[in-house]
Design a protein. Structure first.
Length: 390
């Protein structure tokens, strides 16, 4: 089957120099990332580095097929070209659109609606989810309603992040809807199981090599967590995903000042952000634009911990135990579907002895039940792909 893959990309899209028609031209290297300007530009390219795991997972699930990744921006830039869309419809049998939190009040899917209306091939929307449950049905923008209308009236398949999204899409009249979870969950199943097995260990509450994730620049939660779990002489390692463009974590200095060391993935330039004065530990800020480098670094940690779904998933892909603090509806939908242990943010935040609470929580995990649930979800994902012909 000839598959057009588009939407959220893997980190390999960083090598794309140009696209002509249906031909993608790659450079044999990545863009240089050293200065403040370089670093911000690389984050803006993907908006959230965690998205690279979604694109990578979607691509991995199509292994064995004839797959071409075409950037969504190329389709959008050429949406008035009948010639290019005729070529797309002639050269591909199926379009797979890697998606994430597309169903949300603050985003109008006008471009998606226009582009998919021009494709005559069947469309698979993989990994689609919600941002926030409350008021979703009444607050979706007109462009997103049009997007749903286009796909309702053609051969389309929806693989959702969880049950609520699946229910919502069925109510919208979609025929093939399967809750399967995020495709990143199935990138490396054996390592995911190894991670889950290692998580049921109360001694992890004493771990000092922890990769933290959260919303630095917005709230002080992760700083509080690091102080609660790490000894005073430890170094807190915090992995940045989109804070440089979304949560007011600012780089100081001029655009051409050196701000990033790509070998260590460490931000070396000065930073300014809300609550930074609260740090009572040495700390480092890390940003990864290569998922292999990210996984490699996480494999050397004892624990991945925090409020970022994909910041923990990539640790699990490396076999490292990971525990998430659920902060919003999108995380809860994904976590409740896959059955991974997690702690509610409201519960965790009010605990005074976080280390003792964590040890108690980890000691009560039923490893076999968690792995059985994960294995069933993986089988469900593969079955859904098979029903589509993938």
């Amino acid at each position: 089957m000839r598959i057009l893959l588009t939407g959220i990309p893997s980190y390999l899209q960083r090598t794309i120099a140009d696209v002509s028609g249906t031909t993608v031209i790659h450079r044999p290297y990545f863009d240089e990332t050293r200065t403040k300007k370089d670093l911000i530009a690389q984050v803006r390219k993907i908006a959230n580095t965690g998205n690279y795991l979604i694109g990578e997972g979607a691509a991995e699930s199509l292994r064995g097929h004839n797959v071409t990744y075409l950037p969504f921006w190329h389709l959008a830039n050429n949406r008035d070209s009948n010639e290019i869309f005729e070529q797309l419809n002639r050269e591909f049998d199926l379009c797979v659109f890697a998606s994430a939190n597309l169903l949300r009040p603050g985003y109008s899917a006008d471009l998606e609606a226009e582009i998919f209306a021009k494709l005559t091939m069947p469309v698979v929307v993989m990994g689609i989810g919600i941002q926030r449950k409350e008021g979703l049905k009444d607050q979706l923008p007109a462009g997103t309603l049009k997007f749903l209308d286009v796909l309702r009236n053609k051969e389309s398949f929806f693989l959702t992040r969880g049950y609520f999204t699946a229910e919502f899409l069925r109510e919208q009249g979609m025929k093939f809807v399967k809750p399967t979870g995020c495709p990143s969950l199935y990138f490396s199943p054996n390592d995911m199981k190894r991670s889950l097995t290692a998580l049921a260990n109360p001694a992890l509450a004493e771990a000092q090599k922890i990769a933290f994730g959260g919303y630095l620049g917005s709230v002080a939660d992760t700083i509080v967590d690091a102080h609660a779990l790490l000894k005073p002489d430890s170094v807190a390692s915090y992995v940045v995903q989109d804070e440089l463009v979304a949560y007011n974590l600012s780089l100081t200095g001029g655009d051409s000042d050196i701000a990033y060391d790509r070998s260590s993935a460490r931000i070396t330039g000065g930073t300014e952000y809300k609550h930074s004065e609260k740090w009572q530990r040495k700390y480092e800020l890390l940003v990864y634009f290569d998922t292999n480098q990210w996984r490699g670094a996480m494999s050397e940690r004892d624990l991945c911990f925090g409020r970022r779904f994909h910041g923990c998933i990539i640790g699990m892909q490396a076999g490292t135990p990971a525990l998430m603090i659920a902060v919003d509806d999108r995380m809860r939908e994904m976590l409740e579907f896959i059955g991974f242990p997690y702690i509610e943010a409201s519960t965790w935040n009010r605990e005074t002895d976080k280390r003792a609470y964590l040890a108690n929580f980890l000691g009560k995990i039923d490893t076999q039940a968690v792995i059985d649930r994960y294995s069933a979800c993986e089988a469900n994902f593969r079955s859904a792909l098979g029903q589509i012909g993938l």
